[in-house]
Design a protein around this ligand. Structure first.
Ligand SMILES: Nc1ncnc2c1ncn2[C@@H]1O[C@H](COP(=O)(O)OP(=O)(O)OP(=O)(O)O)[C@@H](O)[C@H]1O
Ligand SMILES: [Mg+2]
Length: 228
């Protein structure tokens, strides 16, 4: 099993009225290699919180997160950072490309911490292949400011895939795109899921995007419910 969540709970600090608020209420989920799933749910239902816990960016109050069978609580921060860098790719609603770096430099950033040369060379090769694959092969030297929002978001997707992760976590990846660009990115996600056999968890408000992924869940009232 690639990723396993067992009985995850998470609440946030007390609100203005002094009440603690439970956001995730005992969530269990197993994700296999190459599986693609969508998570929908109302605003504030905890989708980003859940995704951050899956990606070890946040820790649950209780429950277990296992990545490739390893309980991530056994890892200290450098180990977690290495796990994220090598095995997990993140895409967010905004692309967060650095404005002063070219597209190619941006997508190569996550390969810098790789300390073996063959791995970095592999990443460089992969950058060219993937940028071509998402239709940006002739724009690799441009700064983000010289690219459209949709192009930047495709660049962010390539950056997330540069180290060949086993899992891609996407939080509203089409949220800042117009309909046409959103459709294109959704198609790309699906195709890359198949071609690279990479597991994906996509949080989205778009029923269209959710509907195109194999497995669908809805997060509501702290519970994750399968949707048909
Ligand atoms: N750092 C934080 N401190 C306190 N409360 C938080 C924090 N982060 C999130 N919350 C609260 O937890 C709840 C879930 O937030 P989360 O961002 O996970 O929701 P979401 O489902 O991703 O919403 P959206 O669809 O609007 O992005 C919200 O009520 C939010 O206000
Ligand atoms: Mg969110």
């Amino acid at each position: 099993m690639l990723l396993e969540l067992i009985g995850i709970t998470r609440s946030y600090e007390k609100d203005d009225e002094g009440r603690g608020r439970s956001v995730l209420d005992g969530i269990s989920l197993a994700i296999q290699e190459g599986e693609s799933l969508a998570i929908t749910g109302p605003s504030g239902s905890g989708k980003s919180t859940l995704l951050n816990i899956m990606g070890t960016l946040d820790a649950p109050d209780s429950g277990e997160v296992k990545f490739n069978g390893v309980d991530v609580r056994r890892l200290k921060e450098p180990g977690l950072a290495a796990l994220r860098n090598r095995h997990i790719g993140f895409v967010f609603q905004l692309h967060y490309l650095l404005p002063q770096l070219s597209l190619l430099e941006n997508v190569l950033l996550p390969s810098i911490p790789l300390n073996d040369r063959p791995a970095r060379e592999k990443a460089a090769k992969r950058a060219h292949e993937l940028l071509g694959r998402v239709g940006l092969g002739d724009k690799i030297s441009r700064l983000p400011g010289q690219l459209s929002v949709g192009e930047c978001q495709r660049g962010a997707l390539v950056r997330a895939l540069i180290n060949g992760p086993a899992l891609l976590l996407a939080d509203e990846p089409t949220g800042s795109l117009d309909h046409q660009n959103a459709l294109q990115l959704g198609e790309l996600l699906k195709e890359l899921n198949r071609e690279l056999c990479i597991a994906m968890v996509v949080v989205t408000h778009s029923l269209e995007l959710a509907g195109s992924l194999a497995i669908r869940y809805r997060l509501d009232n702290g519970k994750l419910l399968p949707e048909s």
